[in-house]
Design a binder for this molecule. Sequence first.
Ligand code: SRM
Ligand code: SF4
Length: 568
Amino acid sequence: MDIETPALSANERIKAASNLLRGTIAEGLTWAETGGIADDDQQVTKFHGIYLQDDRDLRAERGKQKMEKAFIFMARMRIPSGILTPAQWLAAEQVARDRGNGTLRLTTRQTIQFHGIIKSNLRPAIQEMHAAMLDTIAACGDVNRNVIASVDPWRPTGHAAVTALAEGIADNLLPHSRAWHEIWLGEERVAGGPEEDEPIYGRTYLPRKFKIGIALPPHNDVDVFAQDLSFIAIEENGAVVGYNVVVGGGMGMTHGEPETYPRAGDVIGFCTPDNAVDVAEKVVTVQRDHGNRSNRKAARLKYTIDRMGLDRFVAELSVRLATPLEPARAYAFTGTGDRLGWSEDGRHFTVFIENGRVHDVGDRRLLTGLHKIAELNVGRFIITPNQSLVLADIPADRRPVVQALLRRHGLDGAVSALRANAVACVAMPTCGLALAESERYLPELVTRLETVLEQHGLREREITIRMTGCPNGCARPYMAEIGLVGRSPGLYNLYLGGAHDGSRLSKLHRTDVDGDAIVAELTPLIAAYATQRQADEAFGDFVIRAGIVRRTVAGLDFHDNVAPQARN
Ligand code: SRM
Ligand code: SF4
């Protein structure tokens, strides 16, 4: 083998051999002797929005009994901008009840995941989604993922612009392969038709996943600096006149491997609305041609840019663009969170959904309450990138009944500002990569921190806190003012100092801390913040100004897992 050319990664072989994403999935679905599917097909189904998982709560016991893992599938839908009709919400809920574990999981990319689907239920689940004009195509895999956009229906012109762009980009970057339709819906292949092709991706798709977000300032709910590619809407006289283009954001890293790191994206210019879909396509093609196909840990666009250098990357992009980028325009963000409750104009209600899990627990009967509201068949259900839900465009004459249903099902209760700004990834028991709890643990930790904040009169102070069960960063913890990243059961790395508006990465502050140590560490910082902060100073800015996060962590260099652009 030529030593100059590193071998392609196993996934490249799998993609090339998959016959445009078919693999042997259809055959695997017929295997009665296992709840799983073939190893290679587990990679291919991701392009269809489907992951093979197992219930990790049962793993040890089943292992002892020499039983196969408790295989279950997770299916993730593709919902650009997170917008559903009430009928689609009801259909999704029915799929969850009949085919999954009875819960819906709203994600940080504005879509819904179904957990706990056994193999025999997969096809029916997908067909039921399809009957409601929903699908799971390209929700995972080495392709453009669900395109996310700011959820600001109270600014209808701007919101319509960013959601239309999300739709346009999502359509343009959708794989052309009919594999999904054939495998899940039973569509026949047309004999003698033109040969199938992937005009944008090519037959081996992208080197790695690719993520796009579109923000409507001052709202940075989509975390533009955490996406491979983002568009920041620029408004003039109430109309969106174009977008600043941001490239090279990304969260994932691996503990102990400093060559992997979270990276905040760079603003590289401005494009008009007419050119934005072309910009997205051409950024994707640069990544297609220059991304690392040997080492998946170095394959995201952020690494391509750091390897090429931003100037060379922009030069390469410029050659491909139909219209050159213009200089970036001024913009300002204020925060990443959702504003809960009724909007000022009384037309929209944001329902707080803790960590995106829609279920009936105690007095908060989310599943039933949202079912009843969807049955009214008014407005739109819009999933937010913070895993909550906006009931948008409620007609004036239905607001009293919506309010009554919210109240009856415990969906309009107040939550503290910290809880409202808390995001946790799924982690245990379904995520195969989780090293620690997240969704099942963050609520408890927030309760403890609420007590501390209340003692210092800070219950209403907005502070972002995000937790993940491993360093992959699915809740974008490195963008939070307080970030907690799982290391092992019960232990987390504590990151501090992200900007409240999502414009700056946080820094590693403490390693391997448990819940008690996290509370003990944060308590004096919160006390100091209460008395020493400057007017309107956010917690993330305060800990930087006060020099709190510049301590050295024992055994780890301060710069570990830090993007080159952030090394100072
Ligand atoms: Fe994620 C893998 C859940 C948003 C970075 N993510 C996974 C998997 C599929 C685990 C796996 O590969 O086996 C998780 C499934 C858990 C489960 O049981 O449901 C998972 N990711 C999620 C969700 C559901 C978190 C949530 O609680 O909302 C989010 C679904 C998004 C969606 O609807 O499409 C989710 N993941 C993110 C984000 C945030 C974002 O996209 O804005 C990130 C960080 C941004 C980024 O990509 O850099 C993220 N997920 C990852 C990574 C690390 C990628 C990397 O570059 O290193 C992995 C692992 C991988 O790809 O190898 C991963
Ligand atoms: Fe799983 Fe890690 Fe993502 Fe959490 S951050 S869902 S533990 S991959």
